[in-house]
Write a protein that binds this ligand. Structure first.
Ligand SMILES: [Zn+2]
Length: 293
């Protein structure tokens, strides 16, 4: 018996090694990514808990998108402090109160170029709600940031509200498809989804998928190969209970819902959406930075 155990012990490391090198995809834990958040808006004391809950739900990497220069700097700081965070550099259309002049452009460029964990230009776009900034100013700010993305070969993760036709027109005119990106927090119809995809972009599904029937129809007909997942998480004090505030952990709920809609497994949704997002952002399949040519 002693001999048998001894032989067994010697064989254990070998079989472990074989399994580890040969089938690294099989036994790996679920890995999901959150393409878009504003976690810099949470107090720093909240972040460890948010990250722990995300990790427990299998969310391995999270993009924090800037909305102003200051918020971009905060996202970059957080990405330096926490492995799971990556940062987007951007001025949000609702913050586009003045055009991007040379010095602002230089500042954005420097933030994107000099920080290893900047993986995209975001959040940029157009927003035509009644209270939004002047449309011409928004247009200039959007175009300047698309040009920045192209000069740095970074994808754009963009916002479109009541403005789809102008957003697509601008993306086409500026050839943003050459760097690709994501139409974030997608809530449009199927023709809108197809237009985004034909333009070279992923559509990003968030929690509205779990409650909007028209979005569920879109999700059924659009291939998973064209989708990523996100939460757009930011503090939500208007919700009665803190545990209902959207956090990156909710990506798993969206993924599970999508899996059920498509009649596939959660693992398939995780594998494909993570491959899509990680590939776009220059990350490997473990959500870690790889050098981009
Ligand atoms: Zn956002």
């Amino acid at each position: 018996m002693v001999q048998i155990r001894h032989e067994g012990m010697t064989s254990i490391p070998m079989s472990t090694e074989t399994a580890g090198s040969g089938t690294s995809g099989n036994n790996r834990e679920l890995l999901l990514g959150d393409a878009h958040t504003h976690l810099d808006q949470y107090g720093p004391e909240e972040i460890p808990g948010i990250l722990a809950r995300a990790a427990e739900a299998g969310i391995g990497f999270i993009v924090c998108a800037g909305t102003t220069l200051e918020s971009t700097r905060a996202c970059i700081r957080m990405s330096e402090e926490h492995d799971a965070f990556y940062a987007g550099v951007g001025i949000h259309p609702m913050e586009a109160h003045q055009t991007v002049d040379d010095s602002t452009y230089a500042e954005l460029e420097s933030l994107a170029r000099n920080n290893d964990k900047v993986v995209c230009i975001s959040e940029i776009g157009l927003d035509y709600m009644p209270t939004s900034p002047d449309h011409q100013v928004q247009d200039q700010v959007f175009r300047a940031q698309i040009r920045l993305a192209k000069s740095l070969n970074l994808p754009v993760i963009f916002h479109s509200r009541e403005s789809h036709s102008d957003v697509f027109k601008t993306l086409r005119e500026e050839d943003a498809g050459s760097v690709g990106g994501v139409m974030h927090y997608f809530q449009g119809d199927e023709p809108t989804a197809r237009e985004a995809i034909e333009g070279g972009f992923f559509i990003s599904m968030a929690r509205p998928l779990t409650r909007l029937p028209h979005l569920q129809d879109v999700a059924r007909s659009i291939p998973l190969e064209n989708m990523v997942l996100e939460t757009d998480a930011y503090p939500q004090p208007f919700k009665k209970y803190r545990h209902n505030w959207t956090e990156p952990r909710h990506v798993r709920e969206v993924a599970q819902f999508l899996a059920d809609l498509k009649g596939i497994t959660l693992e398939e949704v995780a594998e494909t959406t993570t491959r899509n997002l990680a590939g776009l952002l220059g990350l490997n399949s473990d959500g870690e930075r790889v050098s981009k040519d």
